[in-house]
Design a protein around this ligand. Structure first.
Ligand code: BGC
Ligand code: CA
Length: 349
């Protein structure tokens, strides 16, 4: 009861503060004239998330021009605080947004948000940071748009396994038949950090190649932290490091920064995930061996199309390819020197 009163007070307050036009979501006329999509990001300075946002804004503008409807996309920064993100979601709900999209700060805390959305009957789309299945199943209008994290690990491992098969000496520098490696991991608890770490190595050992782990640690997806870790490892292991597995390209670029700064004569093979523009350029200049294309554009389009379909009540579910009622997963692709240019041109589309 107490919380009901609080919600009502919030609704009233918001209604008083807003100009009339902003309250008109067009739902009353039966035909949606305005589509309001609220998006809360775990942090907006994340390279991959930022590029996904750029694409989202682009598809929204295209759709606005083509549909003649007004499409409002409001993106807010959760600044790595789950409490702040919960408030942002409350605010979208009280302003009667048509859809709320959430890039969870803490992906294990999604149940709270599904409950809020369900109580207000506003569909919720999680993306990039995957809630546990149990939480998504709390409501049929809760969705996840992302990719199959294990697949990215597998593809990264295959790049190394294929490199080993083609030119063993380039990777196995000490010639002991094993790959000595270090692993730069993303944020602890993130599905992509856990599964990329696990499946990259499984793909290598599954191809019959032995490995020896020298070190692993988190660098929280960040270039500067990746560089700091790599500097320590270079001091400790030097030329023993044959492969640097990185859960994303930013950390791989950090490892490359460390190698350049140390002016070391050690040239381990470095692999990442994402295929950011800088990552692809590093492949082209030979400082990175390979990466895995994490299709920000494809994910942004799926988030937008699903939002639009849910908001306007248009049924497009067959086109959207929703799996098990809740999931849209965009495929990954392995990237090496041979297709880096092709992926670069996709990024620029
Ligand atoms: C990306 C990382 C990014 C993270 C943020 C991952 O899918 O590969 O680059 O930092 O998502 O949640
Ligand atoms: Ca070796």
């Amino acid at each position: 009861m107490k919380s009901f009163i609080r919600i009502m007070a919030l609704v009233l307050l918001t209604a008083m503060l807003l100009p009339m036009s902003a309250c008109d979501s067009g739902r009353t006329s039966g035909k949606v004239e305005t589509v309001k999509i609220g998006i809360s990001l775990y942090r907006k300075d994340d390279t991959f998330v930022a590029s996904l946002c750029t694409y989202l804004e682009k598809v929204a503008k295209q759709k606005e021009a083509e549909s003649g409807k007004k499409i409002v996309v409001n993106m807010v920064d959760g600044q790595s605080s789950q409490a702040l993100q919960n408030d942002q979601v409350d605010s979208f709900i009280s302003q009667n947004y048509d859809v709320v999209c959430v890039n969870m700060v803490d992906r294990t805390a999604a149940a709270v948000i599904v409950d809020k959305a369900k109580a207000a009957n506003i569909p919720v789309i999680f993306f990039n940071r995957e809630p546990v299945e149990e939480d998504l199943r709390l409501w049929e209008r809760a969705y996840y748009v992302g990719a199959d994290a294990a697949e990215s690990g597998r593809l990264q491992g295959q790049i190394i396994a294929e490199g080993f098969a083609k030119n063993r000496a380039e990777i196995d520098k000490n010639g002991d038949g094993k790959i000595q490696y270090v692993m730069l991991e993303g944020e602890q608890g993130h599905q992509d950090a856990l599964l990329r770490t696990e499946y990259s190595i499984k793909a290598v050992t599954g191809a019959g190649i032995q490995v020896e782990k020298l070190a692993n640690d988190t660098a929280n997806w960040q270039r500067a932290q990746g560089s700091a870790k790599m500097t320590q490892w270079l001091a400790k292991f030097g030329s023993r490091i044959e492969v640097v597995f990185c859960n994303n390209d930013d950390m791989a670029l950090g490892a490359i920064d460390a190698l350049k700064d140390s002016k070391s004569k050690v040239h381990p093979v470095i692999v990442g995930v994402d295929a950011t523009e800088s990552g692809l350029n590093a492949i082209k200049d030979g400082s990175m061996f390979g990466t895995v294309f994490n299709d920000a554009q494809g994910q942004a389009k799926a988030i937008f199309d699903l939002s639009y379909a849910l908001a306007s009540g248009e049924s497009q579910s067959s086109q959207l390819n929703i799996q098990s009622g809740h999931y849209i997963r965009i495929p990954y692709r392995a990237v090496t020197e041979s297709n880096a240019d092709e992926i670069l041109s996709i990024l620029k589309e």
